[in-house]
Design a protein around this ligand. Structure first.
Ligand code: DMJ
Length: 559
């Protein structure tokens, strides 16, 4: 027994004795191979487990991001805008949005420092100018941008100025178009976002001063009105004392919104009468010349264009339809707009050699191969209106919108500064060439990129928008604000920071890098100065059905 114990003990321990293997090299090699294989297996398992952990972590993050997005989508309209900041997003978007916000802070603080209360800042002389009669145009135009960007202190300070110092009792001949889109639109948007009734009171005050402009034989308004005594007339340079198409057909959104919010139908009646009048002899191609006689509603023999003096008339036909919840009450607007889009198609041509799609102007029966940068709002409009067509037409218009946006983007890319000139000529064999070569910080192209991004989800539009933003940063940013360029070829600077740079250009760029639930296109409609107006029930203007949210101040509207 004792022997057998000692043998079996030796049997186990002999394998631990190195001498055993030295005498048996094949076993040593086998042992080595087994050891290496087991180690590799263990190492591989550990790594695999680690990789899985990382994967699971990423998937969990993705799941919670999607869950949060779903919550946001469910809660659209119920949550304050600031909660949207909590949704995790693409870090590049966040970074870019932050840069745009920083640009707004730079523009705003320069205005605050050198031109507080003035209409516009002159950055290079570091002073302000009252280009709109002293209505604090930049202040009012910026309110909603400040609000949307979460610049609460700045918004509050501007709000105090509006409440205490914005006085419309001025012996000044104001443009009813500019005053409506900037001041009435800006105030209404600030009201819709904040719920602060003071803004609505101010909007009513200025709108009441503009109302006599519509007292013409046809209801087509005079385009200039004295804010104190209500005397109205048309600009002396307009053909035969006519009214301008865009100036007469770009008040509908603001004045309808005002009737909805005050319960007083008089504003809506004035502006809708204009469209009813124009619809009486609306041509089959839906195109009107830029001058209309306010006494008999006859169009004058003049240019037809989607650029200066025509543009926003077409934009508002579509947007009143959107504002009216696309209901039968606003169907005539959609019908008119669809006719105009037939007309637009008849103006579309392609350049050679590069096949850029562009919208011509028209004089009589002659097509003119010229397109304003102002007409670059059209791709956005087409994208916004496309979904109201059947699937084939929708596809066609979306694709046209994309082609036109590419052309507009190239208005920027084709100059040495990468900023667009004011208008372009298209000559056979030479594609596009700059005509008037200034750039005054206009928004139309980034506006269209914003719509196209929102409506197609194609990130290319974000990239184009970012390139345009960088060109503004490079050429237009100065120590005390942003200036336009006298010439996009040389980069020579002017001395004005247009109020629409803060109202539109920076807002659309900011929204281009924001989640689509921030000012959702299902709930808001932008006026032509980029002031978002809340879409409310069309049929009962006396009873607002919106529950406006308050962030920090302002009153909740009861539904
Ligand atoms: C703005 O006042 C508005 O966008 C208007 O419709 C056209 N002109 C400027 C911006 O370019």
């Amino acid at each position: 027994m004792a022997r057998s114990r000692s043998i079996s003990g030796y049997g186990i321990w002999k394998y631990l004795n190195p001498a055993y293997y030295l005498r048996r090299p094949r076993r040593l090699a086998l042992l080595f191979i087994v050891f290496v294989s087991v180690s590799m297996l263990v190492w591989d398992r550990i790594n695999l487990a680690r990789e899985h952990e990382v994967e699971v972590l990423k998937l969990n993050e993705e799941v919670s991001r999607l869950e949060q997005m779903l919550e946001e989508l469910k809660g659209v309209g119920d949550k304050p805008l600031k909660n949207l900041k909590d949704v995790p997003e693409n870090p590049v978007d966040i970074q870019r949005r932050q840069k745009v916000k920083e640009a707004m802070i730079h523009a705003w603080s320069s205005y605050e420092k050198y031109a507080w209360g003035k209409d516009e800042l002159q950055p290079r002389t570091k002073d302000g100018t009252d280009s709109f009669g002293g209505l604090g145009a930049t202040m009012v135009d910026s309110l909603d941008t400040l609000y949307i960007m979460g610049l609460d202190e700045q918004f509050q300070k501007a709000r105090e100025w509006v409440a205490s110092s914005l006085d419309f009792d001025k012996d000044y001949d104001a443009s009813m178009f500019e005053t409506t889109i900037r001041v009435v639109g800006g105030l209404l948007s600030a009201y819709d976002l904040s719920g602060d009734k003071m803004f609505l009171e101010k909007a009513k005050d200025i709108a009441d001063r503009l109302l006599p402009a519509w007292n013409t034989p046809t209801g087509i308004p005079y385009n200039i009105i004295n804010l104190r005594n209500g005397n109205a007339h048309n600009p002396s340079w307009a053909a035969g004392g006519d009214s301008i198409l865009a100036d007469s057909g770009t008040e509908q959104l603001e004045f309808i919104a005002l009737s909805q919010r005050t319960g007083d139908p008089k504003y809506q009646q004035k502006v809708e009468k204009v469209i009813t009048e124009l619809n009486k002899n609306f041509p089959a191609d839906g195109l009107l010349p830029i001058y209309i006689n306010p006494d008999n509603a006859n169009p004058s023999y003049s240019t037809t264009t989607f650029g200066a003096m025509g543009d926003s008339f077409y934009e508002y036909l579509l947007k009143v339809w959107v504002q009216g919840n696309k209901t039968s009450a606003v169907k005539p607007y959609r019908d008119m707009w669809e006719k105009s889009m037939k007309g637009l198609l008849s103006l579309v041509k392609k350049s050679t050699p590069s096949s850029f799609t562009y919208i011509c102007e028209k004089n009589g029966n002659n097509l003119i191969d010229k397109m304003d940068e102002l007409a670059c709002f059209a791709p956005g409009m087409l994208a916004l209106g496309a979904s109201g067509y059947g699937p084939d037409e929708e596809k066609k218009f979306l694709s046209l919108a994309g082609e036109l946006a590419w052309t507009c983007y190239n208005f920027y890319q084709s100059t040495p500064t990468k900023l667009a000139g004011e208008n372009y000529f298209f000559t056979a064999g030479q594609d596009m060439s700059v005509g008037t070569s200034w750039n005054i910080l206009r928004p139309e192209t980034v506006e269209s990129l914003f719509y196209l991004w929102r409506l197609t989800g194609n990130k290319t539009y974000q990239e184009w928008g970012w390139n345009i933003f960088e060109a503004f940063e490079k050429n237009s940013r100065v120590e005390s604000g942003y200036v336009g360029l006298k010439d996009v070829n040389t980069g020579a600077k002017d001395n004005k920071m247009q109020s629409f740079f803060l109202a539109e250009t920076l807002k659309y760029l900011y929204l281009l890098f924001s989640p689509s639930s921030v000012i959702s296109l299902d709930e808001w409609v932008f006026n032509t100065e980029a002031h978002p107006l809340k879409i409310v029930a069309r049929n009962d203007p006396r009873k607002p059905t919106i529950a406006l949210r308050q962030r920090k101040f302002g009153q909740q509207i009861k539904v």
